[in-house]
Write a protein of this length. Structure first.
Lengths: 80, 195
């Protein structure tokens, strides 16, 4: 397996579901190539970063204090 | 407290952050606002069951993600927005003719990447790197990693083959790793580890 293929399989997310022979070839390549080991480690760190980003996209437990800029129904009549 | 009063209170508390989230995925602003209104309406309609909801934040945002995905499906399946394929090939930069890392392009391991997860500045750089992705890769990446859509759903919504999906995800993640290396990890006082 060449670096380009290894990097493609890792970055596209296909490696875990790849056929056994492909995963074994990937394992051997990872063993031999320090740069691809680094790429894979960084890709895993990127996944953890994106987890953190998703958590940050959710608002904080305390909601935004500024409130809406347009009027909302206040007479209990339900949404417009 | 009546269901209508509940939804009014929820709307007052969560509308602004919901709109902020919707604007990450929908343009123009009016479309994002419509998605938020649709979500609040759906939450109100589901109110009898929702009264037992412990976490209104996750309840409302779960509905909002579905409304955003529905709108993206309508937009792309009806062909109102085609996604251009990037004309540059990042692989030509990263790899040589023998498909090994090109000179000067081989990555080295990021130094303590998890230590930056509390840094607002770091996430500003991550966001900037995401905005630099080519349109198709950005859309696939955003739906997968930020909206948490399944690959089959993304392919259906965007009219992509599985091969297209894999190419786009690979492009996005390779480019993001390169961007974060150049604009964050190479700038840090403790330089990168050797592999």
């Amino acid at each position: 397996m060449k670096c380009k293929e290894f990097v493609f399989l890792v970055s596209s997310g296909q490696m875990p579901q790849a056929p056994t022979a492909t995963r074994m070839a990937g394992r051997m390549h990872r063993y031999m190539c320090g740069h691809c080991r680094a790429f894979e480690a960084n890709d895993q760190a990127l996944s953890r970063t994106l987890n953190g980003m998703r958590e940050r996209q959710w608002p904080p437990v305390e909601p935004d204090a500024t409130g809406p800029t347009d009027a909302t129904p206040s007479d209990g009549a339900g949404p417009r | 407290m009546t269901p209508a009063t509940d939804i009014n209170a929820w709307a007052a508390q969560w509308r602004t952050p919901m709109l902020r989230f919707a604007r990450l995925h929908l343009q123009p602003q009016e479309e994002a606002e419509d998605a938020v209104q649709d979500a609040l309406l759906a939450a109100w309609k589901g109110m009898p069951g929702a009264q037992a909801v412990d976490d209104p934040r996750r309840y409302l945002f779960g509905i909002l993600k579905h409304k955003i995905t529905d709108r993206l499906r309508q937009r792309y399946r009806h062909g109102s927005m085609a996604l251009p394929t990037p004309t540059d090939d990042l692989d030509d930069v990263l790899f040589d003719a023998s498909e090994h890392w090109a000179a000067g392009m081989a990555p080295t391991r990021w130094h303590t990447p998890d230590a930056h997860l509390e840094s607002d500045q770091f996430f500003l750089v991550v966001d900037l790197c995401i905005t630099r992705l080519p349109a198709k890769a950005a859309k696939v990446f955003s739906m997968k990693e930020l909206l948490e859509c399944e690959p089959d759903d993304i392919c259906y919504t965007l009219g992509l083959s599985k091969a297209d999906y894999w190419q786009s995800m690979s492009r996005a993640r390779k480019q993001l790793q390169l961007c974060l290396t150049q604009h964050w990890f190479d700038e840090q006082p403790h330089r990168r580890h050797a592999p």
